[in-house]
Design a protein around this ligand. Sequence first.
Ligand code: ADP
Ligand code: ZN
Length: 729
Amino acid sequence: MTSFFHEGDLVGVLTTQPLGRILDYKAPEGGCHLGAFVEVPLGPRKVLGCVWGPGKGDFDRAKIRSVIRVLDAAPMLDEMRAFLERAGAYTLTPMPAMLRLATRSPGLGDPPAMRKVYRRGTGLPKRATDARARVIAALEEYGGLAFTLGELAEMAGVTSSVVKGLVKEGVVLEEDSPRDLPYPALDPDRPGKPLTEDQATAAARLGEAIRAETYGTTLLKGVTGSGKTEVYLEAVAETLRRGRQALVLLPEIALTAEFLTRVEARFGAKPAEWHSGVTMTERRRCWRMVGEGGAQFVVGARSALFLPFRDLGLIVVDEEHDTSYKQEDGVLYNARDMAVLRASMTGAQVVLASATPSLETWANADAGKYARLDLTSRFGAAVMPQMRALDMRSEDLPGTRWISPTLAQAVRGRIEAGEQSLLFLNRRGYAPVTICRACGHQIGCDHCDARMVEHRFLKRLVCHQCGETKPMPEVCPSCKVEGKLAPVGPGVERLGEETAALFPDARVRVLSSDLFGSARALKAAIVEIAEGAADIIIGTQLVAKGHNFPKLTLVGVIDADLGLQGSDLRAAERTFQLMRQVAGRAGRVEAPGLALLQTFQPEHPVIRAILSGEEESFWAAEAAERERAGVPPYGRMAGIVLSSPDVQLVFDLGNRLARADGPLRRIGAQVYGPAPAPIARIRGRHRVRLLVKADKGAPLQAALAEWVASVPIKGDLRLSVDIDPQSFF
Ligand code: ADP
Ligand code: ZN
């Protein structure tokens, strides 16, 4: 196919507007490349598009309009276009939405903006102050380098007006410089940490795979602290040596601060960052530099997978089992699976790192589709914590308290030894339920089929489905009796209260994402706590995710049964993963750790598997169970969610779909439902769910597309298809 179109040639442009087809335009003056990002007229508007191929020419040529202009950005590569098409076809996502995912850069069409930078001028200030001296010292320390006003003020610990004052005297020079500078080069040959034998073997195997410059996926399995990060950073180093780009996906923004520091220690500079906590200007820089080759190494959240890499050689998916890799809003994709797809199309390696892999990944490794590397022990002296169940049936505890006497005793011991304890409860807020003791009414959300959660810190009730909040009412909304509303059950805030009462002299810190104003504040708190600023940490699953707390030697799981009740296909797997991750927080460095699991069902197979440490038998049993039931990863599933403000309309649509199942029957798939979705109403929309099950090899997407298209969806009805659904709400 031609890769350049001359002025007036017909080009097919995919836009980000939901149109359902690619439109013909004339190439602009100066022509354009295949893949060029362009601005095109659409009715009265100007919209973003990408030159997707030659025009079809099935439209009156006289009416075809011209591309307005070609944007100043590297054209999309053929392989990226192919990736977006494959990913769109897999997830049944219309191409305009895929293009939006790939162009999530602010100011894509702007000319390269300039910004002010500051460097050392000449002479000394007429009036010398400490602050002024610090500015000069900071600049002189870095020779001729220039900094932004913010950077310089922060380095010198002064306000920006101090810098401005020096500019007036010529002691500091103010200059214009392009905003989107390449990222500092990383040096893969700086010495890394000396690796243990296990680690060295794993790193060598990954290195070989990377040198082959072909596709392959490896499960890198090892308990938290076994050095998975050290090992995959070696794979990153090998990728950089070959001049290819590397991407590390992390599940949680809060994790990146520690990670960036480690990268800097290893490679001498920080990588590019891509996640929701990054400023607009940095996002723009990252997107452009990835596309132009000015960023070798990107650390990011799942959407970083859609950055315009020029030559991607390695994708690491850290904590690959983490549920946040599944996007549950808008385009429903699983970043882990899309990473494998992208790598397979560009001849890249994928490393899936986890202490507790997803069953899908475990099964792929078991079947030999993925390579598998195991790190068998923790680095240094630390060993896996000892794990014990605390049988809550024999603990003496009133219904309004959650820390058993045995657990409290253990915590006391750690405080005396100057060590940290973590009390884990995966429930944000103060209390999950607020009940009226006069009439029994439970306060629910007005828009959702969910109970509102009291957040005392915010002084409000919050719906965890839609985010709606309201103040705690004085009187019961149902019976109007005053003063009878009472919290039921614990959230981390309430657990914090109980802890403070039990250990009045201990420093207690609650770590829950909603208690901090920003990701930065949360990061800062985590760093402080890791350095010893707390005796007892109360945390949600946020803390299960790989932070290093070197002084932590005891983990108490407040309610190990919490995840076991759901009817979810993955309930057992999730509980198993979460409990092992949390337990893995204890005893990271030299001090041995202990994990105590409070449970009312110590004989439950999942609890037994966690305690026994015989992971492989847990996976094998769980895999056999799924295979018998023909469910993922041994069968295929798709969830269809229909919604509307009108409950009748949405059920009618569900029934019509269920009856029109011809295309599905032809591939041997079955439809279940319609049934009310587990959360039957969200944001005022009634939700109905259908579930499709098919054999592993069945051409599910094509059948689904035909099926869904056969029933008209009008007005306020909405339909979304979720391939490989992870959660069932
Ligand atoms: P994981 O990613 O498996 O949780 P990390 O790579 O984060 O493990 O390692 C845990 C801790 O042990 C980190 O602080 C890391 O720097 C340290 N560590 C791991 N391997 C080594 C090594 N070979 N030499 C020195 N420190 C190491
Ligand atoms: Zn709600």
